[in-house]
Design a protein around this ligand. Sequence first.
Ligand SMILES: Nc1ncnc2c1ncn2[C@@H]1O[C@H](COP(=O)(O)OP(=O)(O)O)[C@@H](O)[C@H]1O
Ligand SMILES: O=C(CO)[C@@H](O)[C@H](O)COP(=O)(O)O
Length: 481
Amino acid sequence: MAILVAGIDSSTQSCKVVIRDSETGALVRSGSAKHPEGTEVDPEAWWDAFLQAVEAAGGLGDVAAASVGGQQHGLVALDSSGRVIRNALLWNDTRSAEAADQLIQEHGGTAEGKANWARMTGSVPVASFTATKLRWLAEAEPENAARVAAVALPHDWLTWKISGAARLEDLTTDRSDASGTSYYDTAAGQYRYELLAQALHISEEAAREIVLPRVLGPNESAGTGDPARGWGHLVLGPGAGDNAAAALGLGMSTGDVAISIGTSGVVSAVSPEPIQDPSGTVNGFADASGEFLPLAVTLNGSRILDGVCRMLGVDHDQLAELALAAEPGANGLTLIPYLEGERTPNLPFATGSFIGLSLASMNPQDVARSAVEGLLCLLADGLSAMTSLGVPVNSIQLIGGAARNAAVQQLAPAIFEREILVPEPDEYVANGAARQAAWVLSGAEAPPAWAASSTTRFSAEPTRFVRDRYAERQMLFAERP
Ligand SMILES: Nc1ncnc2c1ncn2[C@@H]1O[C@H](COP(=O)(O)OP(=O)(O)O)[C@@H](O)[C@H]1O
Ligand SMILES: O=C(CO)[C@@H](O)[C@H](O)COP(=O)(O)O
């Protein structure tokens, strides 16, 4: 009788659940449910979507273990009774951009401040990070800030809810998600309460009264499921940030790079050593296997194409067809895709722009092409930042919803100027969480060796002029509006 494990991906736009054979990794069942739109969400909506996705996946009654992969950084502020104080501000909410600047300035000004943050935590704070949201809360909603008794991340809170726990002290997390808070020293593997205190404008003594989730080891159990829901048999894994879970799902090791195009655009790699980038372009996070996961993240990802689909009145496949019917360079048209502001580069209040519009390029094909090329150029800058830090790049795998797009698959090698691999479209974050759950069950040194997905190789002639023109035009927006 197969022993089954569940992997959950509670991401920005939806909750996905996969049930897999713990030994072989074979998929047995799956389910999903949408999340509400917006950059702040009531965590109860994640809980409702989780319950719907579990039901769609046939329930957890015959499942031995489960782990939660989640969107990173979201601020789940809890009062002393464990109630959520206000909607969670998500990773893509930019209202704490000024707060991020303040935190940097408070450590010696722009250049020195960034270098100090990279040294203290592994990353330079941007609006996405939890500590900046706490600073915003302290200044914009002091009455709410005063009620904060615990701070959890989306995956921590969901794991806590699944366990049926009520004590704040039962909150747990893992090093990969903790490393995205800006109050955790990723290299040393410990919280920095003085940074939590700084964010909230309180003393370190007061900050130490705030419960932060216990950081579990890569295959350390977070406890068991809620008996009241019939989940008392369910062993819970530590969970992970979504990108660390994806790396586990892909079986990534040093030299492997994943480029995920979901709501966020993420260029991630595995490193045996912590990475600290004082420029802030690359975040020095931890992974879910015990190593490190440097990554560059864009605020704009798949929704660049979603938006242009709406503009043209086409679906994803028609967009791909149009884009592939155009010439490289889209007849001189460039889309600078800062549609929701942008995180990398750190331009939280920027907007998108079409540049080089002419009568020749005012047609669906060139508009579609400029969207795909703009998305890929945005991601290529993150890839260049990783290589400039000496992160080895031996292979690139394209995952996430937009990696299913034929134009993205065919144009990526031309913009990245190297072959790319596209694994079978799958839920790699949820798969990684399931693999982690199997690892917790086994107690082995390493996670189970599940069969890798089949991949398709894509190569193309480099189109360096497209990236060069993008870089030139991007400079028009280099300063903050
Ligand atoms: N064939 C496709 N072409 C382009 N975008 C796609 C395609 N299929 C799905 N998407 C987009 O991918 C996104 C969902 O991807 P996913 O990785 O699940 O996102 P997230 O993990 O951020 O919730 C949505 O924006 C969806 O519109
Ligand atoms: O902010 C980050 C990582 O730093 C994002 O990767 C979020 O974790 C959201 O992930 P998706 O919903 O796009 O998967």
